[in-house]
Design a binder for this molecule. Structure first.
Ligand SMILES: *Cc1c(COP(=O)(O)O)cnc(C)c1O
Length: 449
């Protein structure tokens, strides 16, 4: 039997008729497509549409025009972000990637510096580091897929000039440990808080722990304007430089410092990168921001319901947050025994639940570091995986299911039923042939059973 395959005939024999896996020809748990943003499962209300239409009908699409700044959609959006996140400054941008790059550039990190980032993140994170002229320095993640601070310490070199933490799939990084370590090393922390917009750790919003936090408003994120993003910081000089870099030329920087002098002497020392947001998107986002708390509550409700309903399932390790409730709830990730995740995800897809094995060899998931070939020209995949063996192992075992905030209780029940069904088949196969499970995988895994 091949490593990735379950003895399907054996599991089929073990289970009652209605438990026959869809992947083996049984009835799927769900027959309609799983709701995802790219199928239109998004939260856009009539009020949001109206706001965008008002901006379109105004014919004033550029954020810097004859109007006083405080009458523009972009400036109002930024002011509302400052209130919501309790930060001094916010800058609306063209994307999350550009917000990340602006943070690095505006912090004055020398081009060519190493910037630490985890081996589990969307490829936009290392890409933004490159866009800022720096070099990604990859760090392990632990079994809960959080950046591993102990590994960062053991790999540390003085060429590392900043740490980019990623609250990946909406789960907070361990900001206490990370900021303490960064302080010890004398480098800033940037937060890729893109997947965690609105999520909190210990009562504080993610994206407000580091020197600067970056967010995206691409359609898959908690605020959706198709494309877009923003940067948050309390550092006025960083904010001023980021604003000029984003494209505030000929004194337009002043509009971002009402009633005060900008903290940089001139805007002529920096290039203009045109990473601005436009008025139509800002209008849409301002309207969506009004209902963000409802949306966040829906994410949490769905996630908590699913996680509680699956907590007792043998053979799966549900990703653990660094603190109670420190996640958005936009995705449900769990680990299964080594060599089973690709099959598990495929079986779930057959049951009608969209799932992916993050570290699959069959599809090049751009969230696994070994697929960032742009960092490793000329290297074989096996050699790349050797650079971060733990991240490789955990991603190979990880199953990832998107949880749209539009999910109904019935959708969640189907997800739960499908995971139970597939895990049940896996367990019964394991009972028949215990050697199928890679029990040498480690105590962390054994502790979950
Ligand atoms: C989506 C995403 C980004 C990129 O945001 P864009 O607006 O698409 O540029 C960056 N980092 C993470 C972790 C993301 O999920």
């Amino acid at each position: 039997m091949a490593d990735n395959e379950i003895d399907d005939s054996a599991s089929a024999r073990q289970l009652p008729g209605d438990s026959l896996l869809a992947v083996n020809g049984g009835d799927p748990v769900r027959k309609t497509p799983w709701p995802t943003y790219d199928r239109g499962a998004v939260c856009v209300h009539p009020e949001d549409e109206e706001a965008a239409l008002r901006a379109i009908r105004s014919h004033l699409y550029f954020r810097y025009d004859y109007r006083p700044a405080q009458e523009t959609e972009c400036a109002r959006f930024e002011a509302e972000l400052c209130r919501y996140f309790e930060t001094r400054h916010a800058l609306a941008t063209s994307s999350g990637t550009t917000a990340l790059a602006l943070a690095i550039m505006a912090a004055g990190i020398e081009p060519g510096s190493l910037i630490a980032c985890p081996g589990f993140t969307f490829a936009a994170t290392p890409s933004a580091i490159i866009l800022a002229g720096c070099v990604p320095f990859l760090v392990e993640v632990d079994e809960n897929l959080h950046l591993d601070v102990a590994d960062l310490r053991s790999r540390w070199t003085p060429q590392v000039k900043a740490i980019m933490v990623v609250h990946m799939r909406g789960f907070a990084g361990d900001m206490g440990a990370l900021t303490a370590f960064a302080d010890e090393m004398g480098v800033p922390v940037f937060e890729d808080a893109v997947p965690a917009l609105g999520a909190e750790l210990d009562g504080r919003k993610l994206g407000t722990f580091g020197l600067a936090g970056a967010f995206s408003t691409q359609s898959d994120k908690a605020l959706n304007s198709g494309e877009g993003g923003f940067l948050l910081t309390d550092d006025s000089a960083l904010f001023a430089r980021a604003t000029v870099l984003s494209g505030a030329y000929e004194g337009r920087l002043r509009r971002h410092f009402p009633g005060a002098e900008p903290p940089i002497a001139t805007d002529l020392d920096l290039p203009l990168l045109s990473f601005r947001m436009d008025e139509i998107r800002a209008a849409l986002l301002r309207a969506e921001l009004d209902r963000l708390p409802d949306r966040l509550a829906a994410f949490h409700r769905n996630y908590d319901y699913v996680a509680a309903a699956l907590a007792d399932v043998a053979g799966i390790h549900i990703r653990r947050p660094v603190a109670a409730g420190a996640y958005l709830g936009e995705a449900f990730i769990f680990l299964v025994p080594h060599g089973r995740a690709e099959w598990f995800a495929r079986a779930l897809c057959h049951e009608g639940i969209e799932a992916r094995n993050l570290g699959s060899d069959a599809d090049h998931n751009i969230r696994a570091f070994w697929n960032w070939r742009f960092l490793f020209r000329g290297m074989e995949t096996a050699a790349i995986k050797q650079l971060l063996p733990n991240a490789t192992r955990y991603l190979q075992r990880a199953v990832d299911i998107p949880l749209s905030s539009t999910l109904s209780r019935a959708d969640c029940d189907q997800l739960v039923a499908a995971v139970r069904k597939v895990a049940g088949a896996l367990a019964s196969t394991a009972d028949l042939a215990p050697t199928v499970l890679d029990t040498g995988e480690g105590s962390a895994w054994a502790g979950q059973r």
